[in-house]
Design a protein around this ligand. Structure first.
Ligand code: C2E
Ligand code: CA
Ligand code: CA
Length: 582
């Protein structure tokens, strides 16, 4: 049986007599009739006919006006529209074609034949519409899919996730978000080339897809949603599991995904092993918006990487706690700076020959209202990450300079003071200007100020470091390389850096003099420093055997618990001019 198509005829009654409408109905059309333009438009909106026939002259408007108005209606463009003209009206035929009518019928006509023609027009317009939909779909696919794997891309994934979250919120469901990062993918790309890299990505994508499909829990199976898996970026894939009961279900899926990669990949005849690390965040447990969930899942993935790769981690309580503690610490550190909870301790550097204090290293302490004294290693990292290290470091330099000046005024003479500079500070453009201001404000002679910079910081960017050090030297301050021996200094740079002192790292001193290897290294560092015209400080000296050994090697200065731990300013004052005995 022929399918009934709805046809709307907009024509004055006289132009649409009953016998004609009869013919059309018999040809298999469900005919609607409107005898005015307004009524016709109304019916178009309400009934969405498959086809509209418009008479050129209606009592309230002409056919072309009707057509223009129809096009502005939602869906109006999709209705094939045909103009009916009487023979004395043919002069507007050209105008009708130009304005976009699908066809024109001259009246009177043989309606039986015309109905065949209308069927043909209908079929053609359906075909055209589906062609257009295909093009639209292709464009959509290009914009929202990854070209290599054909998977949804980051943009589409986010869109789907946002819908999923919306639904989950309403239905009180949970979502598992998996963040998968391939292990050592760069190695594959670098050694086998990008073509092979792409092949691996395709294979990984299809294995993941299969293994998600195999899991009845996965959204793909439940709701027909095909977008559970996406290529997020480079070698990162994201997987969203909707409607999951609890974390153990998600755990099972994630396991299965990892297992799916176990079989070796065959690339140009070579067997290649591929593994991945998966981090998991749960909605709403770990966050209730896309960005938070992605961030947590990625953080968990990095935990997997850090603990040896090829595995999975949930963004669990531990991470959450860690994060919270960090945030809290950061907030507290702000307060500490504002409310003067920081203080400086001073540890003497003792002349190896005379055992007299020859200067101090300033070391920051945080006197926390509840926790008491917090050591710098517990908060320097947070200060670095949050940028607080900049104002904090400035405070340290200023306080050390003021202390120097206070001792000087009190008659203790000019006591050299060294200050530690962290990586962030050292690379901060503002540092030099700040130091200049502080020297100016306190009136300290720069010759007594020394900056301790760890070896690794200098080596990370040796060329820029060289420039910065040069500027500092011009200012007249001294520079020492801290923790020397741990940061793989290049000899080529060492003699070109404008530095004054090497501080031998505590790890070499610790096992002196018994450990022959450490003894040899320490001896070599001291000789090297002297050959380059530099002073040497040994850090962490705790006993007199170490002291004795270092004296033999001609080490210049000694620092360590053997003489004194870092102490508050008032206490330091008492040891400025004392000679220690051992
Ligand atoms: P560092 O510059 O290597 O400082 C020496 C650390 O060794 C100090 O720890 C000091 O108390 C400790 N120490 C000194 N003698 C001995 C000893 O004989 N035995 C042992 N076991 N330890 C000894 P502290 O004060 O906890 O500082 C730790 C690190 O924190 C410092 O290492 C430095 O890198 C950083 N730091 C301290 N104050 C500041 C600061 O004001 N700014 C910056 N950027 N970093 C600082
Ligand atoms: Ca130091
Ligand atoms: Ca050190």
């Amino acid at each position: 049986m022929m399918q009934l198509e709805t046809m709307l005829m907009v024509a004055p009654d006289a132009a649409a007599p009953a016998p004609m409408r009869q013919v059309i109905s018999e040809a298999g059309f469900d005919l609607l009739h409107a005898d005015s333009g307004e009524q016709g438009l109304q019916l178009c909106i309400e009934q969405k006919p498959s086809l509209a026939l418009i008479h050129a002259n209606m009592p309230d408007m002409d056919g072309i006006t009707f057509f223009r108005r129809l096009r502005t209606q939602p869906g109006g463009v999709d209705i094939p529209t045909i103009l009916m003209l009487s023979e004395n009206n043919m002069d507007i035929a050209g105008q009708a074609y130009n304005s976009g009518f699908t066809d024109i019928i001259a009246l009177p006509t043989n309606w039986q034949l015309t109905c065949y023609r209308l069927r043909y027009i209908l079929r053609a317009s359906v075909a055209m519409r589906s062609e257009r939909e295909k093009t639209d779909a292709a464009i959509h696919k290009l914009a929202f899919h990854d070209q290599v794997t054909g998977l949804p891309n980051r943009m589409l994934f986010r869109e789907h996730m946002s819908m999923a979250i919306h639904l989950a919120r309403r239905n009180d469901h949970r979502i598992g978000l998996l963040f998968l990062d391939m292990d050592h993918f760069k190695r594959i790309n670098d050694s086998l080339g990008h073509v092979a890299g792409d092949a691996v990505l395709q294979e990984v994508s299809s294995r993941l897809q299969q293994s998600i499909r195999a899991t009845d829990l996965a959204a793909a199976e439940r709701s027909g949603d095909k977008h559970a898996l996406a290529r997020f970026d480079g070698d990162e894939f994201t997987i969203m599991l909707t409607g999951v009961g609890n974390a153990s279900h998600v755990n099972m899926v994630a396991r299965r995904l990892l297992d799916s990669l176990n079989e070796p990949f065959i690339l140009a005849g070579n067997k290649v092993m591929v593994t991945a690390s998966i981090g998991i965040a749960m909605y709403p447990d770990d966050g209730d918006d896309i960005d938070t969930l992605l961030k947590q899942a990625e953080a968990a993935m990095h935990q997997v990487k850090a603990s040896g790769r090829n595995g999975l981690f949930f963004y669990d309580d531990h991470l959450r706690m860690q994060n919270q503690n960090r945030l809290q610490l950061e907030a507290e550190l702000y307060r500490a700076l504002e409310q003067d909870e920081l203080t400086l301790f001073y540890q003497p550097k003792v002349d190896a020959d005379t055992l007299k204090t020859s200067g101090f290293e300033a070391l920051v302490r945080w006197i926390h209202p509840d926790k008491g004294m917090v050591p710098p290693l517990d908060f320097i990292g947070v200060a670095e990450d949050s940028g607080l290290i900049i104002p904090m470091g400035k405070w340290v330099i200023k306080t050390a300079c003021r202390q120097h000046q206070a001792w000087r005024k009190a008659g203790y003479g000019a006591v050299p003071i060294s200050v530690n500079l962290s990586c962030h500070q050292f690379t901060d453009r503002q540092l030099l200007a700040d130091v200049r201001d502080i020297l100016c404000e306190t009136g300290m002679d720069p010759a007594y100020l020394e900056f301790e910079i760890t070896e690794s910081v200098l080596m990370q960017n040796a060329d820029t470091a060289m420039l910065a050090l040069g500027e500092m030297k011009k200012m007249g301050v001294k520079i020492s390389i801290d923790d020397f021996g741990t940061g793989y200094s290049s000899m080529a740079y060492l003699h070109r850096f404008p530095i004054d002192v090497l501080k031998v790292d505590r790890s070499f001193i610790m096992d002196l003099p018994g450990d022959q290897q450490e003894a040899a290294i320490t001896s070599a560092i001291i000789q090297l420093a002297h050959a380059l015209g530099l002073g040497v400080v040994a850090e962490g000296v705790e006993n007199s055997e170490q002291l004795h050994f270092l004296k033999q090697l001609n080490c210049d200065l000694i620092q360590g618990y053997l003489f004194s731990p870092p102490v508050p300013g008032e206490k330091a004052e008492q040891i400025i001019n004392t000679a220690f005995t051992t």
